[in-house]
Structures are given as C-alpha cells and as structure tokens.
Design a protein around this ligand. Structure first.
Ligand SMILES: [Zn+2]
Length: 281
C-alpha cells in the first residue's frame, strides 16, 4: 500500500515493508483487551498485525528514508511466531514504491530495534553491505551505546548486523541530541519507548509532519496513557506523548505511527479540556 502526503515543498510517501504479528497485550500494556480490541483485531493467538512502516521524504533534490523495517534475517521459528511467510527487504519495498534504492541520500533510524533498522544492510556475496549504496545513515549515539550494552531486558531487540558493519564502513553517523539532519528535517529525542528514540519532524511552508515511531505504534495509542508493555519508561512515554500531541493539535500537524497497518497519516486533535486526543484521518 502506497500513500502520499504533500506539505509545502515536501512529498512524503508511506512505504510498508511487510508486517509481522505480535501479542496484543504487549502492544497495549495495561489497557484491557475489551478496550484495545475495538481498535485492533487479534487472531486466535491474540496477536495483532504490526506493519513495518517506513517513509520516503522528497525535499528539493534530496531523498530521505525513515526506518528500514525488519529485513529478511529470520529463522523459521521466528517467522512462525510472527506469522510471517518471509521478510521484506527495505530496498524491495522502496523500489516497489517507485524509488531507486540508489537514489536515497539519507537513512534515519529512529532507534536500533530490529524492526526499525533490519533493512539497513544486505548480505551480498558473503559480505554485509549497505542496502542503500549512496546513503549515509543516522541514529543517536546513546542509542548505539544502549544497543551494545545488550541489557537483559531488551538486548534481544538489537542485532549488530544491522548497524556495526555500517559503522565500520564509516556510513553511520552518530547524533548527539536534537538536530536538523537535512534542510527542513529535524530529529528530536522523545524518551519513553526507550531512553533515546527519536521522532522525526518535517516542516515546509509552515506545515509539519511528525513520524512518532514507537512513541505511538498505532493510531489507537493517541491516548497518552495507552502505552505498550515494551516501553522501558512508561511515565516518560506519557509525558513525551502529551507534549508532542499538544503541539500537534495546536499547529495542525500530520502524524504517522510506527506500526499501524492501516493508518498512514492522521491529524491529532484535542478531544476535551484535559490531555485527551483523538485522530482525524
Ligand atoms: Zn517498533
């Protein structure tokens, strides 16, 4: 499914690099199924579909790819667990949306969990190479440090093959905090899902699009207290979401979500006097 948003001089194309299925309880944390079940359908193993949402941003003569999905390095056990027949290479997904992978200038990994950078590299002729041959890649330095820590809580989400070969090749640039990575494209750390995950803000002609990544995996996470069980710092998730959603509602931002298999772009609007929000498609 290809979906396009135009703001000012920027064209943003949603590219889904396939999807996986994961436990609905893990996706919605303390929210009971009687509530989240109204938003996401689950299968007989209580799994909900999670798309690998990636985005191509075209601005001026630059092409920027945000996220590279889960890639293809999965054994049969993992494929069965995630109800995947096979993985999808981000290069194939991007090419399928009409973009030559060689035309991507910059790849942004909001964080280094496997489902956001699994398509960064390819195995070619016994070597691991950059999947986007002319791109440089960016992520947060503190996120890389956490990935290397291999903490028992979330070490399993980090696979060195997705980033270490890029570092060795001098292709992965490490960021220290909030920065404009390309004209009109800013990254901002939004703690909660983990310490250093970034959201991506694209601004043109006084309009804004924000990729929320795993700060809000689904549109249903528009309620700030709907927090995935994965999140390392749930109270900070609530705070980060509330702050961003207040800005999004006040300034009419378009927003996107890390894993929603249906909603590509939505506006976030106030749904009451307190910090209650809803999405407007
Ligand atoms: Zn994710």
């Amino acid at each position: 499914m290809i979906d396009v948003l135009e703001i000012g001089d920027c064209r943003i194309t949603a590219v889904r690099a396939g999807s996986y299925w994961w436990d609905g309880g893990a996706m919605f944390g303390v929210v009971p199924k009687t509530l989240w079940g109204k938003h996401q359908q689950s299968d007989d193993l209580n799994r909900v579909e999670a798309a690998f949402n990636c985005f191509v941003v075209e601005t001026g003569d630059r092409r920027v790819l945000i996220e590279t999905g889960g890639g293809v390095r999965h054994d049969q056990r993992s494929l069965d667990r995630m109800k995947m027949t096979r993985g999808v290479n981000a290069t194939d997904a991007v090419a399928g949306a009409g973009f030559d992978p060689a035309s991507i200038d910059l790849v942004i990994n909001t964080h280094l969990h496997w489902d956001h950078c699994g398509g960064n590299t390819l195995d070619l002729g016994g070597r691991v190479t950059a999947a986007f041959p002319n791109a440089h890649y960016v992520t947060q330095r503190a996120e890389l440090n956490h990935a290397r820590e291999q903490h028992p809580r979330d070490g399993v989400s980090y696979r060195a093959v997705n980033y270490e070969p890029l570092l060795e090749a001098g292709r992965l640039q490490l960021l220290d905090g909030d920065v404009e990575v390309s004209l009109g494209i800013r990254v901002q750390i939004a703690p909660g899902h983990n310490r250093d995950m970034m959201v991506v803000l694209v601004q043109s002609a006084h309009q804004t699009w924000c990729h929320l990544a795993d700060l809000a995996p689904y549109a249903a996470h528009v309620t700030p207290t709907w927090v995935a069980a994965f999140d390392l710092f749930p109270l900070e998730t609530i705070q980060s979401k509330t702050e961003l959603f207040e800005r999004a509602a006040a300034d009419g931002w378009w927003c996107s979500f890390g894993h929603d298999p249906v909603v590509s772009f939505a506006r976030i609007v106030k749904a009451g006097p307190k910090s209650a929000f809803t999405v407007q498609l």
